[in-house]
Design a protein around this ligand. Structure first.
Ligand SMILES: Nc1ncnc2c1ncn2[C@@H]1O[C@H](COP(=O)(O)OP(=O)(O)OP(=O)(O)O)[C@@H](O)[C@H]1O
Length: 292
């Protein structure tokens, strides 16, 4: 699977440019799309699932151009879990999935087989006769994943699947995405850097509609190495002064004062030592300096 996004721009009627001349290549495996609120992640995903037409630019999937004449063909290869999925509250999990399968035109027997398979995979089999309104947030998200997989997509697009979930459920969803990426491309968006560090090799970072980084997680982290510093200050006044001069990616009270992690191209003007760089440091550094 190879998806190529070329110079893609989406400008809404209110003149907001949500996606701004974006270029990105997505191959096989699991890709994380990271960005602050309003960065343009959902808009880019809506174009990728063909529910929104771009203002300019183009996309191809395995050489097939995104254009109305090819939408049906492309849609067969795409599974989508939007941020807000309204599952029919009064249907049971199983009834809802069978209905969604029917809407997608999947043959009944085949659909039941797939539902059984994915309910098992997502640990929902024992809950299949519960009404959707009785499910927890995490279970609803998992039903949404099953729904997105019913047509056996080669390209699975998942918008903020872990937002608002407890740690156990977040880890479960992340691990499922990794499982599902074995024989397909998975693209998922998040604000949570931890989710990406634990799952993806490849990430793309958006800021204000632009793609400010795309590539390997490892490479992003190695770019920031040598620019992460750790120091301990004695009082609040010193801490505030450093905060006005540098980007602080973490701080913590320790014996002897306040320990601060500073992001700076040059050695900060304070007694400090180089520190281990994390993906979170790299993300913040990338967002601030945008030179990677
Ligand atoms: N239908 C629309 N009409 C006008 N503006 C829109 C529309 N959809 C999104 N926007 C604007 O486009 C920008 C990008 O929004 P988008 O939802 O794509 O960002 P996001 O990265 O997914 O944010 P979040 O993480 O908060 O979901 C925002 O400024 C948003 O207000």
């Amino acid at each position: 699977m190879m998806i190529n996004i070329n110079d893609l721009t989406v400008t809404f009627k209110n003149k907001v440019t949500a996606v701004d001349h974006v270029n990105l290549s997505i191959g096989s495996g699991i890709y994380g799309l990271l960005g602050e609120n309003g960065a343009g992640k959902t808009t880019l995903m809506r174009v990728l699932v063909t529910v929104l037409k771009p203002t300019s630019g183009s996309i191809t999937m395995n050489g097939v151009l995104y254009g109305e004449q090819n939408y049906r063909r492309l849609q067969k290869k795409i599974g989508y879990l939007p941020q807000e999925l309204n599952l029919y509250p009064n249907l049971t999990v199983r009834e809802c999935l069978e209905y969604m399968g029917e809407l997608s035109g999947i043959e009944k027997r085949e659909c039941r087989k797939r539902i059984d398979f994915y309910l098992e995979k997502t640990s929902l089999a024992e809950h299949q006769h519960k009404k959707n309104r009785q499910l927890s947030g995490g279970m609803k998200r998992r039903v949404g994943l099953v729904q997105a997989l019913l047509n056996e997509p080669k390209f699975l697009i998942v918008d903020e699947p872990t937002t608002g979930l407890d740690p156990e459920e977040r880890i479960r969803i992340r691990n499922l995405l990794v499982d599902f990426s074995r024989d397909r491309t998975v693209l998922f968006s998040t604000h949570v850097v931890e989710d990406l560090a634990a799952t993806c090799n490849q990430i793309a970072i958006m800021k204000k509609g632009a793609m400010i980084y795309s590539g390997a997680v490892r490479d992003l982290v190695s770019e920031v190495r040598g620019h992460v510093w750790i120091c301990t200050v004695k009082n609040e006044a010193q801490a505030r002064e450093l905060e006005t001069k540098y980007h602080v990616s973490a701080k913590q009270y320790v014996d002897g004062g306040l320990q601060m992690k500073l992001l700076s191209e040059e050695k900060p003007e304070v007694e400090c030592a180089l520190a281990e760089a994390t993906l979170e440091d790299a993300y913040i550094y990338c967002g601030q300096f945008q030179s990677l």
